[in-house]
Structure formats: C-alpha cells, structure tokens
Ligand binder design. Sequence first.
Ligand code: ZN
Length: 456
Amino acid sequence: MKKLRFYFALWVAKAVRLAMRLLGRNASYLPGKLAVKLCPDFLAHIIPPKTVIAVTGTNGKTTVSNLLTSLLRKNGYTVANNALGSNIQGGVVAALLEHATLSGRVRTDAAVLEVDERSSLLVYGDLKPNYLVCTNVMRDSIKRNAHPGFIRYLLDKAIPAGTKLILNADDLICAELAPQCADRTYFGIQAEAPTGAPDLEGLDLVYCPHCGGKLEAEYLRYDHIGRMRCPSCGNASPAPDFLVTEICREAGTVTITQDGQPQTYKLLNDNIVNIYNQCCVVAVLSRLGLSPEKIAAGLDTVEIVKSRYDHVESGGLKITMQSAKGQNPDACARSFQYVADQPGENKAVFFLIDDKGDSQGSSENPCWVYDCDYSPLAHPSISQLVFSGPRCLDQQLRALIAGVPQDKIALWPSFQGGGHLVDTEKCRDIYILYDVYLDKEALSVKKTLLEKEAGK
Ligand SMILES: [Zn+2]
C-alpha cells in the first residue's frame, strides 16, 4: 500500500513536472512539494544514486554545491542537483524526481543536494547521504534560525550515524557536529594566520561545549572561525586533513596540503570565505577518489558562480558585485570586511541588502543589523555609502553607530534605481553588495553606472 502511494505520487509529480516544463515554467520546486504532499515519506522510497552528497552550513553551501556539481560533471559524472531550485525538502525531492525512472530509481551517478539546516530532520530522516558537508555553523537570521546552538542540535539529531562527514576544522561548532559519525574529514586554513590574542566576547562560541569552561583562541579569522582550545579540558579545534598552506594572491594560486603532499590549484576567489569553500570542495572530491591532478584540471575551468561575485572595469571605473545575504549578519559582515580589506582609496559601496524575500508574506525584522558588524564600513578607504531600499534609514542608523560619518552616507528609499547617487567623479572603485533576491536590481545599478561612465 505504501509503495502504491509512492508510485502514485511519483507519476503525478512527474506528469506535473512535464506539464510545467511544456508551459515554460520553473519546475524545480512545486513537483517536489506535491510529491511529498501525496506521499510524506517519498524520500524513503525513491532509489537514490550510489553517491549522495548533502551540503549544508550557514554560509557557503550554494557556492560549494555548485562547484561540486560542475567539477563532478567535468569528471564524467552525471549529477542530480538542486542548484536551480530550493534547498528545502521540496527542492531536494524535485531534484531527484527530475532524474527518476517511472519505477523510482534515480539514474545519475551522484546527487549533490544543498540542504537548508532547518530541513535536516525532514530530509535525512528518509534519505541517508553517503557524505555530508558542513561549511560552518554561524549566527544567521534570528527570525528563521534562532541561534547556532539550536542549528547544531537539529543537525546532531538528524545526521545518520553511517554518514561520512566533511567539516570545517576552524569552526569548533561545526567540527564537533554529529559525534555519532565516526568517519570525519576536516579542512582548514593555516596560511595568513592572524596574530594577537582575540577576545571571544559576543561571538557565537565562547564556552567549551564539553565542559563549559571559557575557551581561548590562538587566533580568529572572523567571528569564531579560527583555532580554539579549552584550557580546562583540553578540547581543541581538530587538525585539518586538508590544509591551505599557502595563498598567493598575485599569482592567483592556493596550495592545499593533504598527508604532507602540497598541491597548487587556481585560486577561484581571494575572499577568505571562498578560500574555505574551495578547500572544502577539494576535500570532498578527494574523498570521492579524484586525484589532485584531476581536481586541479577541473578547477582551472570553473569560476565562482557569477551571481555571487562579478567584477568589471570600464574606462578606469571598477565595479565589483558581491552577494551579501540580507538577514544573515555574518555573511554581510564578511562582505563589508572584504571591501575594507581591498587595496585602493575612495571606494564607494552601494547596498541592496534589505531582505526583499523577508518582507513578503511575513513580518519584517530589521534587528539583524544590530547583530551584524558594520565597523568595517567606517574604514577610511571607503568614501561613500549608498543605502537603498525601504529600510535605508535603519541601515544609516546602524552605520552611524559603527562610526561612519554622516556626510559619507546617501540614501535611496527604493530597490529600483539609485545608481545615479554614486559619486563616480570621486569614487572610481565601486562595490555593489546585494541580497540574493535583489540580483536584478543590482545589475540595473551596474548598468546605470556603466552608462553614466560611457556618456561622460
Ligand atoms: Zn572544555
């Protein structure tokens, strides 16, 4: 009876998918949602590919799953993937459905599934991933994700004991996930280690998860990402199996050492968060059996997806576009820090970081801006900040509290337009930081700036 229900759900969902495709509609979520509605344990019945890789974590999961998918495809794998759909249960089901036969067998060699942390219990209860990648566990939207301790609790509860884990060694919350899993691989960065004794106050991790003693950090790169130890019980960040030992920004290369063997790869992006993402991808592919040479050859041909990072230059005007997920205080703070760290003077930053998705069908919650570190925006190399969107006054207030002088701030109360406010006479180095839901608006600002430059 159960099986009949599954087949019914499978066939109906596949028919709906086909109809939607014929009508030119995006079928990357709804057929999956329908399948689960008709058969709640749909994932328990579908026959998954031999290799199922789940990618989760607060920041970086989309970048990592996109890179894994394209590198596996370049190496001859067929891959089911939810890159175009959603990362909650319906999106995961839709991605598998797309490649399933009428008997419910997914015909690809592998599935790379980005899974939202909060969907863990709904997904891993029925679909046991062979590998689970966790990029990091950090503060996220308070409204959606509560706090990192809660997310860790969900993941611990959901991850099946037989799953092989690939974890960030430099994130002690992430590194200790799912103690029921014995097969654990760690990645981390040793190169460019910061100096100085950092204060843990206000971070996502202050006290030892084992004994409750106050942790000490050898160094921190951002938030609680770095090397920590507990003086009371000796608990410490684990030694990485895949370690970034050298970052050469000029040559555009990164060296990752495994078992004492260094291998140099093309550096996909020099933002530290993306170096973690790249090291993570190398670790996963190595665990799947790909040689360092094959991984290097693959990396030579890929880029971080354009929607997440883009750079253009026109007549001496430099425009860098970078996604900065609204409501996600750490992702935004990382983007702010990245802008501050870049060489150059008289930078302008255009902000499209209100969460447009959040304000639809839900109550707005701007409190995340106080959970986010705006202090990098007070860097003297930044000469102008343009906050756009209906919450631009909240953004301005937060920037003022962080020490940004009022006369550097311009406001534009809409998501549409505002590019004309950027002082391109003074600022020739412009950063557009935008929420994932505001990519079209960000492109339109870029277009305005380029047209202004061409017409001057
Ligand atoms: Zn301890």
